[in-house]
Design a protein around this ligand. Structure first.
Ligand code: PLP
Length: 403
């Protein structure tokens, strides 16, 4: 049996479709965000326009210092699972910080946001009696996989449509334990869920609400508690999930909720129990990052300013982008090969890095470049990007937005 041939056939098919993923090999430069070195082609100075370190917190001096100091104090790894010798004081401090951030009784850490969704949804769905998970049609892969693994009944409701959710909840049997899973900011289109309306529907039907605020924590709300904080809705949500790997600039995921809910997941979730805990230094750095963004509004205000600025400049130059109420600016290319080509040229000729977003991350025909301006992108960075896009738009003869 030639196994490599089996692998290669499927890889070749991906390449033919233009959907083969190529990772840029980058070296981030501390203190110079959003500048990186690109080892793939030896460019020393590249500007990143698609980082999930939305606010540059991964290079915040206080956050770095917390990590360095804790490594010196405690060493590198946690030394075990939370159950067997790996439950560090720093984990408990971070969980208290997270519970406070979302106004919940308790919080639980995971090794990533992906794992937190996967483990929590699969545990809720598999252990609660007559569980039915109602999932927004555009939910992230980590939620979809968690729901799949739960092996309970599931219902997909139309994206961001509370009326459709209402109809689907009404059709369920009275004895079902209903769990409604959705996100606040959807990261590919940058649209935001009508959270209040969804919660109204959940409450009407006695359903549990499960929100993924991964692309919102640190960035929305007066203390960075997410869109639900901004809208005063956190206390109406059963479970709030987030990540430490995006705006907080570290790594790790978490859930927050009542004591009983958190104790339940802690006690039954395989994806929490049987894996080495996060390094204490990561927990200390994340705690510092959360604390900083609870107090400091500068990063959020400056990000909003730069997002508005890039949108306005794209409009002025007729470069089509999706209008949405978030910090994510999708520029639609609608062709996987062109999308990759534009990204390649931006990197090679302009030192601009934006990853092409192709199928299966987004539906075929909606391929895009996705820009995430942050507080550390200067006005000159924005001008240079718009100039580069303008040049390419002409060259590639892609339809301009209808004026
Ligand atoms: C990135 C992402 C996750 C996973 O978080 P990680 O900490 O990166 O594993 C979960 N949900 C959504 C919506 C995401 O975009």
């Amino acid at each position: 049996m030639n196994f490599d041939q089996l692998f290669q056939t499927q890889l070749d098919q991906l390449k033919d479709e233009g959907n083969y993923r190529i990772f840029a090999e980058l070296q981030r430069k501390s203190g110079e965000f959003p500048r990186v070195r690109n080892h793939s082609d030896g460019q020393d100075e590249v500007t990143v326009w698609c980082s999930n370190d939305y606010l540059g917190m991964g290079q915040n001096p206080k956050v770095m210092e917390a990590m360095i100091a804790t490594v010196k104090e405690c060493g590198t790894g946690a030394g075990g699972t939370r159950n067997i010798s790996g439950n560090a004081h720093h984990h408990k401090l971070l969980e208290a910080e997270l519970a406070d951030l979302h106004g919940k009784e308790d919080a639980l850490l995971f090794t990533s946001g992906y794992v937190s969704n996967w483990a929590s949804l699969s545990t809720l769905g598999s252990r609660l009696p007559n569980a039915v998970i109602l999932s927004d049609s555009l939910n992230h892969a980590s939620m979809i996989e968690g729901i799949r693994h739960a092996k309970c009944d599931k219902v997909i409701w139309e994206h961001n449509n509370p009326e459709d959710l209402d109809r689907k909840l009404a059709a369920l049997p009275a004895n079902a334990t209903k769990i409604v899973a959705f996100e606040s900011v959807y990261s590919m289109d940058g649209d935001i869920a009508p959270i209040a309306e969804i919660l109204d529907v959940c409450e009407k039907h006695g359903a549990m609400s499960y929100i993924d605020e991964v692309h919102a924590v640190g960035m929305y709300g007066p203390r960075g508690g997410g869109v639900a904080e901004r809208e005063g809705l956190m206390d109406r949500i059963t479970l709030i999930e987030g990540t430490l790997g995006k705006a907080y600039g570290c790594v790790g995921g978490y859930i927050t909720g009542s004591h009983a809910l958190i104790d339940f997941i802690r006690s039954f979730a395989s994806g929490f129990i049987f894996t080495t805990a996060l390094p204490p230094a990561v927990a200390a750095a994340a705690t510092e990052s959360i604390k900083h963004l609870k107090e400091s509004g500068w990063e959020r205000a400056m990000q909003k300013r730069q997002v508005a600025r890039l949108r306005a400049r794209l409009d002025a130059e007729g470069i089509p982008h999706e209008h949405n109420p978030s910090h994510i600016i999708p520029v639609m290319v609608k062709d996987p090969v062109k999308c990759r080509m534009l990204s390649d040229i931006l990197m090679e000729q302009f030192g601009i890095y934006v990853q092409p977003i192709n199928y299966p991350t987004v539906p075929k025909g909606t391929e895009r470049l996705r820009f995430t301006p942050g507080p550390l992108h200067s006005d000159e960075d924005i001008e240079y990007l718009v100039m580069a896009l303008k040049t390419l738009w002409k060259q590639c003869a892609i339809a301009h937005a209808v004026a």
